[in-house]
Design a protein around this ligand. Structure first.
Ligand code: PLP
Length: 450
């Protein structure tokens, strides 16, 4: 009985996968926030290095992973694929459950898969400082880690509610040499404006992005790094699925169902897009399921429309599933899933009918995470609990139907910095937030007219 499917370093992919090459229809163009005309590379230059801008618009199927990035990846990659024997037994399911574990990275999640190349390309173009936002702290930690390896300063704006919930995340970022402040902050004009209106604002990823962007555009030696949503980020994360494909072959299986959680869409795309592309090119098709929180249901209840990526409306407009850039999701514990929008590539795939989306509440996801921890030993991040919940539902369906489908889930991170959330769950203090239709209505009424 095999439990782990391991690749050696020589089997690590040498290229990332770009699903834009296989989409049956092209994506909608990205628009300038003021002129509302399609953006050109020069519009993005104040924020990103040219190498990443080129990746953002590339329609090449394979993009080479630079050698120095591959060398860093080897610190934790190839990441293991596990057969969840314990979970299968606990559920009494006839399904076969596999999980790709991204919590083996130094930061504890999939986020360094893109933090490393982003820091690398910036450094190559002479940039010495990066600014960014973080929700749960996984992304901020990852960029701080990348900054330490490439000798760069990193400024992180952490969403206030997560900053308060997870003080040790800040300590890790500082250990790597980064500076981390709670957002909204007094460091930026936009942060000061938000605080003047509401000094107790819990923050949101949209606000933190505005602050990080504001700081970046003021200094030619500073650029902005985003931990999800953008095409190049999703391309970098494809290494998850590319490895998983090789590992499923090692196991002599192929997934009937693939499950991932969606915040901005990067870990989901990372595991799902290589399999989706395989099917689009005529290969075996898997059912693909995205799981999001009921309190921030971008894919299941958002609108597919042009919107800003941030609250201050500084970023370009992209066509995506959105709850409105002015929507502040409630302070539930899966901080990485509290984003008003969805990656344009993931949104486009959804509109093309290439996957399904479901939403679950925070408590049922923690219940699934605890079951997983007791059966498999790994305590998942609250975000990952959504994928675990989705996979368990699929496995229970197989049990009812008496089928033995192969289920693959992306366990995108561990929850070692999220134990306060687990403690609240055990104490019965975790709330299931109602999705606020009135607030959403207001946020959606502010969508830009394009
Ligand atoms: C562990 C973990 N999973 C998932 C996410 C959500 O982001 P994405 O949907 O881009 O993977 C985050 C974001 O911070 C995270 O930290």
């Amino acid at each position: 009985m095999t439990t782990k499917y391991l690749l050696d370093e020589t089997q690590m992919p040498k290229t990332w996968y770009n699903i834009q090459a296989d989409f049956p229809e092209p994506m909608a163009p990205v628009l300038h926030p003021v002129t509302k005309e399609p953006v050109g590379p020069s519009d993005l230059e104040p924020l990103f290095p040219m190498a990443l801008i080129e990746q953002e618009v590339s329609t090449e199927r394979e993009i080479e992973i630079p050698e120095p990035v591959r060398e860093v990846y080897k610190m934790w990659r190839p990441a293991p694929l596990y057969r969840a024997h314990g979970l299968e037994k606990a559920l009494g399911t006839t399904a076969k459950i596999f999980y790709k574990y991204e919590g083996v990275s130094p930061a504890g999640s999939h986020k360094p898969n893109t933090a490393i190349p982003q820091a690398f390309y910036n450094k190559q173009e002479g940039i010495n400082r990066l600014t960014t936002e973080t929700g749960a702290g996984q992304w901020g930690t990852s960029l701080a880690f990348a900054g330490s390896l490439f000798d760069m300063d990193v400024n992180v704006f952490q969403v206030r509610v997560s900053y308060d919930q997870k003080p040790y995340r800040r300590a890790v970022m500082e250990t790597y040499g980064a500076k981390c402040v709670a957002s909204p902050s007094n460091m930026t004009e936009f942060g000061r404006k938000v605080l003047a209106e509401n000094p107790d604002h819990t923050g949101s990823l949209g606000i933190a992005i505005s602050e990080a962007v504001e700081l970046a555009v003021q200094d030619p030696n500073t650029k902005y790094a985003l931990g999800s949503v953008l095409n190049h980020v999703l391309v970098h994360q494809s290494i998850i699925g590319l490895e998983a494909m090789q590992q499923m072959e090692m196991a002599d299986e192929w997934p009937d169902v693939i499950v991932g959680c969606t915040g901005g869409g990067s870990n989901f795309a990372g595991i799902a897009f290589p399999f989706m592309g395989h099917a689009l090119r005529g290969g075996q098709k898997s059912r693909i399921v995205a799981v999001e929180p009921s309190a921030c249901p971008t894919l299941t209840r958002g609108k597919f429309a042009y919107d800003y990526g941030d609250t201050a409306k500084m970023t370009p407009l992209t066509k995506m599933h959105t709850l409105g850039s002015q929507f502040t999701p409630p302070g539930f514990h899966a901080g990485g899933l509290r984003y008003h929008g969805m990656a344009p590539m993931v949104s486009h795939a959804k509109e093309l009918g290439l996957f399904e989306a479901t939403a679950y509440t925070q408590r049922e996801c923690f219940e699934a995470g605890v079951l997983f921890a007791r059966a498999e030993g790994i305590v998942p991040a609250p975000e990952a609990n959504h994928a675990v919940k989705g996979a368990i539902e699929e496995a229970l369906r197989c049990k009812r139907e008496g089928t033995s489908e192969v289920i693959l889930l992306n366990l995108c991170g561990h929850g070692h910095f999220d134990m306060a959330a687990y403690t609240s769950y055990f104490a019965g203090e975790l709330g299931d937030y109602e999705y606020d239709d009135a607030e959403l209505g207001m946020a959606l009424s502010g969508l830009p007219s394009v």
